[in-house]
Design a protein around this ligand. Structure first.
Ligand code: ADE
Length: 485
């Protein structure tokens, strides 16, 4: 993916003189100067040494140059309660936080992250800070930042650049986190890794210890980068952990996608024909939950084994050309572009609802929809009514961006607990290797089995569940190649 880094006018000071009195936490609202000094005393110069370019976003912001830019710092108390709510439902992550508090594995290290700013992410961010890291954060999607949570993080002293509706300054925010000169990067969708590699290759090769990637789409990008010989530091594929993709991708996406669709539409799912494009981990999770609510699920696929799985789950498989004619609700979960395009919109039923739960907004071709549209209005939050030139109405949710985060709150805390425990443990591994003077290969690294086992066992024990253990005899039996009938 091309790194569409903004070319903003150079050297225009971002922050005007403070017009408001100092906020409670000692920083000014709407811009005071003062470059961010990180915990190690390294001045956080912008763009690795150049001046901070102006941002383009409209509306008002709470901003301290070099330190944070959020929508409204006054939302911090609301955000703090949401973070506390998430903490109480993320026992594995909180357990690891406690376990490593004394050791301070990240002391002296700087970490930049680009991942949806939700209450669950805030628990992860504050865990890194509690374990000694100097952290700087941005969102990884224009519509997924929870502004109250961003405000709470800023007020709590985290360097954060994120707000809901950030279409214009998405890469500006990522660049501000790179200003920290991170040793570690944490991504969801590879936009931070791509920016560091494409804009600052020497810095990536020389100074970055390693990183992690959260999502399926991001890991695809990462493997493509590695295959091209263009990956300059080791990156753990967090997405591919069993305790991530068999849970977050399936149950997390399943529940949060339905949640987003319902919040944006409040329609009844029972009796509807619900078309899911893509029966991978994410799509199959959505299909399962739609079935549970009484929908007739149709799956479209390009991989025969995935299509077959849907059939044996009792779902129908069709091409999108056929599905477009019968669907009431469409949800894309493929990671591929142009899944729903002009010819599909043209054959859809009156009132069809279309949304996406994949990482990028490329799956529904809204340009082609616009080309056959007469008029458009927002009929309810996150729901746009397109009236086509032929008079038919089609409804698009969350501008074709991931509906679960844009229209709802993303996956529940309980499942993010495991995903983010993987994130944390991988970064602890990177930090420990660095401190031991050990060089990891500049590759995409898989998650060790012991990490999955530890996270799953800890999760089970926090749920009060106990497992059996194999007896010595059972162990000998399964390893005996002569045992038979
Ligand atoms: N991705 C999906 N759900 C999420 C959540 N609640 N927080 C962060 N990233 C997510």
């Amino acid at each position: 993916m091309a790194t569409a880094t903004k070319k903003a006018p150079a050297k225009k000071a971002v922050a005007k003189a403070a017009t408001k009195p100092a906020a409670k936490n000692g920083v000014h609202e709407n811009g005071t100067n003062g470059a961010h000094k990180n915990g190690n005393g390294a001045a956080s110069s912008s763009s690795l040494g150049k001046g901070i370019p102006a941002k383009k976003g409209k509306g008002s912001f709470s901003e301290v140059a070099g330190k944070y830019c959020v929508r409204d710092i006054k939302m911090a108390d609301e955000g703090r309660m949401l973070i506390q709510w998430a903490e109480s439902r993320m026992p594995v992550l909180m357990h690891i936080r406690e376990k490593y508090k004394k050791a301070q594995p990240f002391k002296g290290l700087r970490l930049a992250g680009s991942l949806h700013v939700t209450k669950e992410t805030a628990v992860l961010v504050e865990t890194f800070a509690a374990l000694g890291a100097d952290v700087s954060w941005s969102g990884c999607n224009p519509l997924s930042t929870h502004d109250a949570v961003a405000a709470a993080l800023a007020k709590g002293g985290i360097s954060i650049f994120a707000w809901y509706g950030n279409h214009e300054d998405f890469y500006w925010c990522i660049e501000r986190t790179i200003d920290l000169k991170p040793h570690l990067t944490l991504d969801d969708g590879c936009d931070l890794i791509n920016t560091v590699h494409e804009k600052y290759p020497e810095f990536a090769k020389r100074d970055v210890i390693g990183g992690t990637e959260e999502t399926t789409t991001g890991v695809h990008r990462l493997r493509a980068r590695a295959a091209a010989g263009k990956l300059y530091y080791p990156v753990y594929a967090v997405n591919d952990a069993i305790t991530k993709w068999d849970f977050d991708n399936v149950y997390g996406t399943g529940q949060s996608t339905i949640d987003g669709i319902l919040r944006a539409t409040s329609v009844m799912l029972a009796g509807k024909t619900f078309v899911v494009a893509g029966n991978g981990h994410c799509g199959s999770g959505v299909a399962k939950r739609a079935v549970g609510l009484g929908a007739n699920v149709v799956v479209t696929e390009v991989v025969a084994t995935s299509a077959l799985k849907a059939v044996l789950e009792g779902q129908r498989v069709m091409t999108m050309d056929e599905a477009a004619k019968v669907g009431d609700i469409f949800c894309t979960a493929t990671g591929v572009k142009d899944i729903i395009r002009k010819k599909h919109f043209e054959s859809m039923k009156e009132g069809a609802i279309v949304c996406n739960t994949g990482h990028y907004d490329a799956e529904i071709n809204l340009k082609e929809l616009a080309s056959i549209t007469k008029s458009k209005r927002t009929i309810r939050p996150n729901c746009e009514e397109y009236t086509l030139k032929n008079g038919k109405k089609i409804f698009v949710l969350a501008e074709g961006r991931l509906v679960n985060l844009a229209a709802a709150e993303g996956h529940p805390s309980e499942v993010m607990d495991m995903s983010f425990s993987n994130q944390l443990m991988c970064h602890i591994k990177l930090a420990e290797a660095h401190k031991a003077g050990k060089k990891l290969p500049k590759e995409v690294i898989d998650i060790p089995k012991e990490q999955d086992e530890f996270i799953a066992e800890t999760k089970l024990s926090t749920m009060g569940m106990k497992m059996d253990k194999l007896t010595k005899e059972q162990l000998a039996y399964i390893n005996d190649y002569n045992a038979g009938t």
